[in-house]
Design a protein around this ligand. Structure first.
Ligand SMILES: [Zn+2]
Ligand SMILES: [Zn+2]
Length: 554
């Protein structure tokens, strides 16, 4: 029976280009996971979309004298192009700007209101007398009352990850004019999160398979006790509150963005002409739900969204939230203002997508932060992709193509080491699949690369190029085994490096897609025609390290 796997991936704000920190945090791991499950024959629905709402968009729009719509539309189109070029294989990538999303978000709001999980109350909020407006979220900045970080925003501290209420910030300032805001009262809707504290603890009791930092952080918040949270804002850009009398307020961007997972599933079902098809991924024990996010999104996916789902009753809660830690640049979190980031469209204008996918997968910050350096990137590309995996493929295929008339030769009396290589390749393919299924993506890639090294050692030992004249059958046997190992590694590497593995698939003489043949160990038949092979990867000049480092800010 195929498994049903729903994959929700963080909704990026459409207010700036995507950088490698976001890619490694959420999009690449989700894509690897989705590609593996599809290859294994499981039913997958992977969705996300551009977050068009909230103060990240309006702040940028005001700075540039454009409308929020223009800013969001511009970056949404850029994101679509980035996904295509980087190979992020969405089943649906939409936006929070659709009519469908507004409707689904308003339905959930009203359901929770009618069930008593949402209530109305006045709250003290920062108001700037100069700008004559309330200052939601990113319009204020100050010192985090929990960790002392100066630069915490009105909704969350990026340093300790805690969600905040703007009025709690110390030394608060208006981000438009720099003045100290006054505090005024404004009426808002609140999600009764405190009532979900104990149900969430009970739900987490069987989540031992979660990554330790994610589970421990979440349990720590529940031990302190969840507080009710305002889910509306004094802003006019966003999803309207579906009640009379709130024309100057909107539903808080985070409350509605997480609902995007459900609205996107519904949009996907409608676009297939099967409007109820979303249910198979959202209802019942047969489906499992995964959320791929960066660590700054943990509270919204392990506390707030599960509480909302519990409150609605009947929709599946997350099975796993494999949040990644940060990929730093020069030891710091990516920063747009300091240009301390590797921008993906910029990267793709000069280099191949699979080199980046490989490097980010190999350094994925699964349980602790890792640091991106161009020197590491070049070293891995040259030593691991070109010299180990690429060289294994290239010398086996070009030699076979030339000496065996463009076809896979038959094995003749294979010995123990020939059979051993194929056995190890089969085990490796199974192991890589198991690791990916457990969201251990780095370990899966490591196992595949170790197998490529082993295949290289086998070839050194057999040296078919030295014995081709003296013992052609023995050379043929070694090449046949090496091609079997390469074919298994093609499948194992495919979720990580889909572009080059698809090319390799055609060099090996197969038609169609790698995934058509499943996550299965198959030794190609002797006699199968090869296509003329080309190198899979390009060697990079060490001098580019200095050039690229110079582009980065400090
Ligand atoms: Zn903090
Ligand atoms: Zn101001």
């Amino acid at each position: 029976m195929p498994e049903k796997i729903f994959i929700g991936v963080a909704w990026p704000y459409a207010n700036g280009s995507l950088h490698t920190g976001q890619i490694v945090g959420a999009y690449l791991p989700a894509d690897i996971f989705a590609r593996y499950h599809r290859a294994a024959g499981n039913r997958v629905l992977m969705v996300s979309g551009s977050d068009q709402h909230g103060t990240p968009i309006t702040v940028r729009a005001e700075q540039e004298g454009r409308s929020p719509q223009e800013v969001a539309g511009h970056f949404h189109r850029e994101f679509l192009e980035t996904w295509e070029r980087l190979g992020i294989s969405w089943d649906l990538y939409t936006t929070t700007g659709t009519e469908n999303h507004a409707q689904v978000a308003q339905d959930i709001f009203l359901t929770l209101l009618n069930k008593g999980h949402i209530y109305k109350e006045s709250m003290p909020l920062p108001y700037c007398p100069n700008d004559r407006r309330f200052l939601p979220d990113r319009y204020v900045e100050g010192i985090c009352p929990h960790c002392g970080y100066d630069g915490a925003r009105g909704d969350q501290c990026d340093n300790c990850g805690k969600t905040l209420n703007a009025a709690d910030l110390l030394n608060m300032r208006c981000r438009i004019c720099g003045a100290a805001p006054e505090i005024r009262s404004s009426e808002h809707f609140f999600l009764r999160l405190s009532a979900f504290n104990e149900p969430l603890k009970a739900w987490l009791a069987d989540k031992g398979h979660w990554r330790k930092p994610v589970l421990n952080w979440t349990l720590g918040i529940l031990t302190e006790g969840l507080q009710d949270r305002a889910i509306t804002r004094d802003i006019e850009w966003g999803v309207p509150i579906p009640l009379e009398g709130y024309a100057t307020k909107r539903i808080y961007v985070w409350f509605e963005a997480v609902i995007g997972y459900l609205s996107a599933a519904k949009e996907w079902a409608q676009s297939r002409g099967e409007p109820e098809a979303w249910r198979e991924f959202w209802e019942g024990d047969a489906a499992r739900t995964y959320y791929f996010i960066g660590k700054d999104n943990i509270p919204f996916h392990t506390l707030i969204w599960p509480a909302m789902l519990m409150g609605c009753d009947g929709l599946n809660l997350p099975y796993d939230v494999p949040a990644n830690q940060y990929l730093t640049v020069r030891g710091a979190k990516a920063s747009t203002s300091r240009n301390l980031a590797v921008w993906v469209p910029d990267y793709l204008s000069r280099y191949d997508p699979d080199s980046l996918r490989y490097h980010l997968s190999a350094t994925m910050p699964e349980t602790s932060d890792s640091d991106f350096t161009w020197a590491d990137f070049v070293r891995r590309n040259n030593d691991e992709l070109v010299a180990t995996w690429g060289n294994l493929v290239h010398r086996v295929l070009t030699f076979t193509y030339r000496h065996f008339d463009g076809a896979i030769p038959p094995p003749v009396e294979p010995d123990e080491s020939d059979r051993g290589l194929l056995a190890r390749a089969e085990e490796t393919l199974a192991q890589v699949g198991k690791e990916i299924g457990l969201c251990h993506l780095r370990a899966g890639l490591g196992a595949a690369m170790a197998m490529a090294q082993e295949a290289n050692r086998y070839l050194e030992e057999k040296s078919p190029w030295k014995i081709i004249e003296a013992d052609r059958p023995k050379a043929a046997t070694a090449l046949h085994a090496a091609i079997g190992a390469i074919n298994a590694l093609k499948v194992a590497f495919y979720p990580y490096m889909p572009f080059t593995c698809q090319r390799l698939h055609s060099y090996l003489g197969f038609a169609g897609a790698v995934t058509d043949r499943g996550w299965r160990f198959v030794v190609p038949q002797p006699g199968q025609r090869l296509a003329k092979p080309e190198a899979l990867f390009k060697k990079l000049e060490p001098s580019l390290v200095e050039e690229e480092e110079a582009r980065l800010g400090h």
